[in-house]
Design a protein around this ligand. Structure first.
Ligand SMILES: [Zn+2]
Length: 428
């Protein structure tokens, strides 16, 4: 059966950082979806309503906005229960809060329950695609994949890899990590919503042997992703320099082991040097900005414009549990404020791009999801502003629809999200 969803439709037709007028907002819009869960058409309800036949059911979302499914390009599954822990910066926060919390995922029953809650929470916040650092424990990471498959979340994940710089319980040898990664890779093959990623935590947590293993697997498996953290805090950068005195800079450590390329997403990169930015662009790697995490750990203000000028693709991530929001929708408001502090002003279309089409493109999924182009997967969510009296009053005073979209990004949280669809099926 086909579906026609009615509401105010907003999405990007292109990259608003490179071209003008690509934010399309259709008041009294309609989204037509085929029985295979793919977009048949997007347009005004007056055009589309007469075109449908008896094989189409009509879903009217009066007063609501229909927006492309959100892409959370970075968060941590085993940090699900650690959001909002008081801290004194990245390295001590890892030791005191994160490593003990991640150790709990050794308990399979605990991990199964956490996986179901984690995935269902993501879907309820409008997220349809998430790139997630899994657990160090294979059963817990498998529970995450199974929950995503069962609940219908598009997931990129794998084991969090570390073999040094943490408690023994969280360390895997490179040999064990390789065998487990190959198993997970095989599990994802043939699963349309699941993708495997190598996830070396960061340079301080991985030995040369672990980084070598990652580089080899990445080279030998073209569909495989790689994510890692970089240039997050000054203290971390100084420690990396001490550990790798021969490396030109932080990025050079990863470059040396062949970890850069179009399937690589580098997380944070706040304190990047110009030569690092040039090399990231040269290798086609992308960067993920996690504003509330950066503020909460006191890591720094992300240099968005420098990344843009270097022609680096960017995505947004919540970085739960360092991030405070369990919705990348709320991260857009934080991204806006961080760039205001850097005198760079993001438009509503640019913000929407970062958490939808831009995020999907940065993850190599731009042909499948991210906007309402015909043939793409019908991944979207329904935002109902009328759940708040003030919002209704405020939106009535906006001069145009783009201003309304901006107000929604600044003032709504996931409580206004009333439905999330992946491939045309309601999932959250
Ligand atoms: Zn992270």
């Amino acid at each position: 059966m086909n579906q026609l969803h009615l509401g105010t439709v907003a999405h990007l037709r292109g990259n608003p950082f490179r071209q003008s007028n690509c934010l399309e907002i259709i008041e009294d819009g309609a989204l037509w979806i085929g029985g295979d869960g793919r977009i048949l058409a997007v347009g005004s309800r007056t055009d589309l309503l007469p075109a449908i036949g008896s094989d189409t059911t009509v879903h009217s979302h009066d007063g609501a906005w229909l927006l492309p499914g959100l892409v959370d390009a970075h968060l941590h599954f085993p940090q699900y229960y650690t959001v909002a822990a008081a801290n004194q910066g990245l390295l001590s926060w890892l030791e005191e809060t994160i490593f003990p919390a991640e150790s709990e995922f050794k308990n399979v029953g605990f991990a199964n329950k956490a996986a179901n809650q984690f995935v269902s929470h993501l879907l309820r916040t409008g997220v349809t695609t998430a790139a997630v650092f899994g657990s160090q424990f294979p059963d817990a990471t498998m529970a995450l994949f199974e929950s995503a498959k069962h609940q219908g979340l598009r997931l990129i994940s794998g084991l969090t890899l570390m073999d040094q710089g943490g408690p023994k319980a969280l360390l895997n040898t490179p040999e064990a990590a390789k065998a487990l990664s190959l198993q997970l890779m095989a599990y994802c093959r043939g699963e349309p919503l699941l993708h495997f990623a190598l996830l070396p935590r960061f340079a301080l947590a991985c030995s040369p042997a672990m980084l070598t293993m990652c580089g080899e697997l990445l080279k030998d498996n073209p569909g495989c992703y790689l994510q890692t953290h970089i240039n997050e805090s000054l203290e971390e950068i100084a420690a990396v320099k001490k550990l790798h005195p021969k490396s030109k800079h932080y990025l050079d450590v990863y470059d040396h082991y062949g970890l850069l390329g179009p399937n690589t997403l580098l997380i944070h990169n706040i304190h990047a040097r110009d030569d690092e930015l040039r090399r990231i662009a040269e290798t086609g790697s992308a960067v993920c900005h996690c504003p509330s995490s950066n503020l909460f750990l006191g890591s720094g203000l992300f240099p968005f414009k420098r990344h843009l000028d270097a022609d680096i693709a960017m995505a947004l991530g919540t970085d739960v549990g360092a991030g405070l929001h369990f919705s990348v929708w709320e991260e857009a408001a934080e991204a806006y404020k961080v760039q205001q502090l850097r005198q760079y002003h993001l438009s509503p279309g640019q913000l929407l791009y970062l958490m939808t089409l831009g995020g999907a493109r940065a993850l190599g999924l731009g042909d499948e999801t991210g906007n309402f182009e015909v043939g793409k997967s019908a991944d979207f969510f329904v935002l109902q502003p009328q759940k708040s009296d003030y919002l209704t009053q405020r939106l009535n005073r906006c001069p145009d629809l783009a201003s309304q979209l901006f107000v929604l990004m600044q003032l709504t949280n996931f409580c206004c999200i009333v439905g999330t669809y992946v491939r045309g099926v309601v999932r959250g």
